[in-house]
Design a protein around this ligand. Structure first.
Ligand code: UDX
Ligand code: UDX
Length: 482
C-alpha cells in the first residue's frame, strides 16, 4: 500500500507542462524532492542555467519560482533511470503530437513517447510506484500503460492515475498557484483510491481539498479533452459570428459583450481572433473526433470536427482579406507581421495562426517582415520550414513547397516593430501583445507606403485613433458598412 506522505517525485518531460508544474510543486512542497528529467540534454542544461533569462520557457513569474526551489528540492537532470528508481510518484509529461503516419494519421494522438516511458519505468523500477498521466491522452490510455507496466515489470505494483493539467500558457504560474480545480482519476479499488489519496496530499499543500476532484480514470481522461473542446468551441463560435459581423456592419466585440453579460453564457473566451493556436486545442479535438469515429459515433465526430474547420476558415479568411484588399495580389509587397506567438506572454509558436497566414501570403509571393517580442528568429524559420511539408487544414491551398533558402528570401525577422513596418504596404497583427497598444503609431504610419493598411487579427489597437492618423484599418469582426 502507498505511504500517505510522499518524499520523492520525478517527472519525465521538461516541457511547457512538466517544467512549470514541477517547479510549482517543488516551491510549494519543500519537503518533497522533485526531479524533472528529459532526453533533451540542451533543454535540461537551459533549465539548469544560472542565468534565469535562459530558461527554455518564458512564463511570467516562472523565474522567481525556479530561483526559490532549484538546488533546494527542485532538480533538472538527464539521468532518467536514477530519477525513476528513487521516485514514489512518476509524472509522465512527454508530448503527444497528432500522428503524422499510419493508422489515425492526422487525427489520433501519437503515444509512442508515452509508451517508451512506460517501458523504461517498468524496466528500471525496483519498488511500487504511482504513475501519473500528466500528458493529455485519449480515453483508456491508462489501460495501455498498465498493460505495459505489468508485462515488463519486475513484480512491483504500479498504480496509474490520470491528473490532467489545465494551465494555460502565459498564465501558467498563476494558474498553478491558484487553480480552478485539480482533477485526479484513479482505479476505484482499495489500492487505486490509496494512490489517489497520495496525490491529493501533494496538491493539498497549497490547494484546498474542496478544489480537488477525484473521479474514475476514464472520466478524468475524457474531462481534459472535453474541457479543451468546449473552450475551442467558444472561440470558433464567436469567430463564426465575426464573419457575419463583417458582412452586416455589426461589431463582434459589442455582440460578445452583450451575450457575455448573460450569466449562463459568461464573459470569458469570447474574444474573436484570427484563430486559436497552441499545442492543445486542435490536437485534442482531432483526438476526440478520432475516438468518436472509433466508437462508431460519426455524428458526434462530425459535430466536433466543425470546430476545427471553422478555425481553419478563420485563418484563411484573414489571409484572403489581406490579399483581396491589397488589390488582389500581395506579390512583391511588403507585409509586416506584429506577433508570431500563438497568444501573448509566451514564446510558444505551436499551431500559431500566424504561420498559416504567412504561408498563404507566401504562396502569393508576399515579402513578410516579422517582429515578435519573445519568439526567436530561428524558431520562426523552423515553423515555416516544417509547415511546407506538414500542411493540414480544410481551407489550406496545397501550394508548392518552398525550400528554406526561398523562405529566407521572402521572410525577414526584425528586432523592433519600427524596422519591421518600414516601407510596408500593410501591417497584420497576429498576437495580442500588450506592447502593441503603446507604439508610436504616428511614426509607424509616416514610414509606411500609402495607403497604409492595417489588419488587426486581435482587436487590440484603437481603430478610431489609427483611422485618424490615416491608416485603413480592418479589424476582425468589425463591419465596414455603416
Ligand atoms: C504537454 C503535454 O504533455 C501534452 O500532452 C499536451 O497536450 C501539451 O502539453 P508539452 O509540455 O507542451 O506537452 O510538450 P513539450 O514542451 O514538447 O515537452 C515535452 C518534453 O518531453 C520535451 O522536452 C521532450 O524532450 C521530452 N521527452 C519526449 C522525453 O523526455 N522523452 C521522450 O520520450 C519524449
Ligand atoms: C489551453 C487551455 O486553456 C488549458 O486549460 C489547457 O491546459 C491547454 O490548452 P493554451 O492553449 O495555453 O491553454 O491557451 P488558451 O488561453 O486556452 O488559448 C488558446 C488559443 O485560443 C490561443 O491562440 C488564444 O489566442 C485563442 N483564444 C483564446 C481566442 O482566440 N479567443 C479567446 O477568447 C480565448
Amino acid at each position: 500500500m502507498y505511504k500517505k506522505e510522499v518524499r520523492n517525485i520525478c517527472c519525465i518531460g521538461a516541457g511547457y507542462v512538466g517544467g512549470p508544474t514541477m517547479a510549482v510543486i517543488a516551491e510549494k512542497c519543500p519537503q518533497i524532492k522533485v526531479t524533472v528529467v528529459d532526453v533533451n540534454e540542451k533543454r535540461i542544461a537551459d533549465w539548469n542555467d544560472e542565468n534565469l533569462d535562459k530558461l527554455p520557457i518564458y512564463e511570467p513569474g516562472l523565474k522567481g519560482v525556479v530561483a526559490t526551489a532549484r538546488g533546494r528540492n527542485l532538480f533538472f537532470s538527464t539521468d532518467i533511470d536514477n530519477a525513476i528508481r528513487e521516485a514514489e510518484i512518476i509524472f509522465i509529461s512527454v508530448n503527444t503530437p497528432t500522428k503524422t503516419y499510419g493508422v489515425g494519421k492526422g487525427m489520433a494522438a501519437d503515444l509512442k513517447f508515452v509508451e517508451l516511458c512506460a517501458r523504461q519505468i517498468a524496466q528500471v523500477a525496483e519498488n511500487d510506484k504511482i504513475i501519473v498521466e500528466k500528458s493529455t491522452l485519449p480515453v483508456r490510455t491508462a489501460n495501455a500503460i498498465r498493460t505495459i507496466l505489468k508485462a515488463t515489470g519486475n513484480n512491483v505494483d504500479f498504480q496509474v492515475l490520470s491528473n490532467p493539467e489545465f494551465l494555460a500558457e502565459g498564465t501558467a504560474v498563476a494558474d498553478l498557484h491558484n487553480p480552478d480545480r485539480i482533477l485526479i482519476g484513479g482505479n476505484q479499488d482499495e489500492a487505486g483510491l490509496a494512490a489517489v489519496e497520495c496525490l491529493v496530499n501533494v496538491y493539498n499543500n497549497w490547494v484546498s481539498r474542496d478544489k480537488i476532484i477525484t473521479t474514475n480514470v476514464w472520466s478524468s481522461e475524457l474531462s481534459k479533452l472535453t474541457a479543451n473542446a468546449f473552450l475551442a468551441q467558444r472561440v470558433s463560435s464567436i469567430n463564426s459570428i465575426s464573419a457575419l459581423c463583417e458582412k452586416t456592419g455589426a461589431d463582434v466585440e459589442e455582440v460578445a459583450n452583450a451575450i457575455g453579460r448573460d450569466s449562463r453564457i459568461g464573459a470569458k473566451f469570447l474574444k474573436s481572433s484570427v484563430g486559436f493556436g497552441g499545442s492543445c486545442f486542435q490536437k485534442d479535438i482531432l483526438n476526440l473526433v478520432y475516438l468518436c469515429n472509433h466508437f462508431n459515433l460519426p455524428e458526434v465526430a462530425e459535430y466536433w470536427l466543425q470546430v476545427v474547420k471553422m478555425n481553419d476558415f478563420q485563418k484563411h479568411r484573414f489571409a484572403k482579406n489581406i490579399i483581396d484588399t491589397l488589390f488582389n495580389t500581395v506579390s512583391g509587397k511588403k507585409i509586416a507581421f506584429l506577433g508570431w506567438a500563438f497568444k501573448k506572454d509566451t514564446n510558444d509558436t505551436r499551431e500559431t495562426a500566424a504561420m498559416y497566414v504567412a504561408d498563404e501570403l507566401l504562396q502569393d509571393k508576399a515579402e513578410i517582415h516579422i517582429y515578435d517580442p519573445k519568439v526567436a528568429e530561428k524558431q520562426i524559420y523552423k515553423d515555416l520550414e516544417y509547415l511546407q511539408t506538414h500542411r493540414v487544414g480544410h481551407f489550406v491551398e496545397q501550394g508548392e513547397n518552398m525550400s528554406i533558402a526561398e523562405i529566407k528570401q521572402l521572410v525577414k525577422v526584425h528586432k523592433t516593430p519600427y524596422d519591421a513596418t518600414k516601407n510596408a504596404h500593410a501591417i497584420a497583427i497576429l498576437t495580442e501583445w500588450n506592447e502593441f497598444k503603446s507604439y508610436d503609431w504616428q511614426k509607424i504610419y509616416a514610414n509606411m507606403l500609402k495607403p497604409a493598411f492595417l489588419f488587426d487579427g486581435r482587436n487590440i489597437t484603437d481603430e478610431n485613433l489609427l483611422t485618424k492618423i490615416g491608416f485603413e484599418v480592418y479589424s476582425i469582426g468589425k463591419g465596414k458598412l455603416l
